[in-house]
Design a protein around this ligand. Sequence first.
Ligand SMILES: N[C@@H](CCC(=O)N[C@@H](CS)C(=O)NCC(=O)O)C(=O)O
Length: 212
Amino acid sequence: MIIYGSSVSPFVRKVIAFATEKGFEFKVRSENPGSPDPEFRAASPFGKIPGLRDGDYTLADSSAIVAYLEALKPEPALIPAEPRARGKTIWWDEFADTMLMGAGNKIFFNRIVLPKFRGQPGDLAAADKAEREELPPLLDYLEKSLPASGWFVGDRLTLADLAVATSFANLRYAGCPLQAAQHPKLSAFVDKMYARRSFARSLEKEAKLFPG
Ligand SMILES: N[C@@H](CCC(=O)N[C@@H](CS)C(=O)NCC(=O)O)C(=O)O
């Protein structure tokens, strides 16, 4: 199985963590967003990362990919079957992909991707505005919603936890680290998630690009 992309993308990092937690054997093939490589484009027709190849089967989009992996190997279950738990798990994945990463990507793209990887100036005012106005209510919502179990759905790890956790590395790289004094439960949750092998291996590799 091949995952195309780079774990610097929160969507790719989520898929790598999910596939690792499920116990899949896979390789990560480095591709930048928009790469014209035909093999990558067969998996991701519009050039977004991640893409997936499993033999002659290809798929794009992190949420589609994790749904495929879950169906392929139901245990350990990371997308619960019980209706209410499943609904909430998909909600957290969607919240993380659209709202949290939506705000996070405005910050990460303008402060890091454009200047550091593309040699272009980022829209720093847009990044500052997202940090000031969009991010705080999302973090407060996560802090308030995290159950005493320490897991977003039920009393064990699910896709919800992987999807929520993945963005915080990008926020840190872009100068918005979580503050334990303001969001103590969320900070402890992210520390716990990033200590898992499924995230730790990606984060170790990324540390070469983002030291300190
Ligand atoms: N909904 C997609 C989003 C993937 C996505 O937007 N990836 C970014 C990198 S973080 C990308 O490839 N951007 C390039 C583009 O939008 O053209 C998913 O969950 O995989």
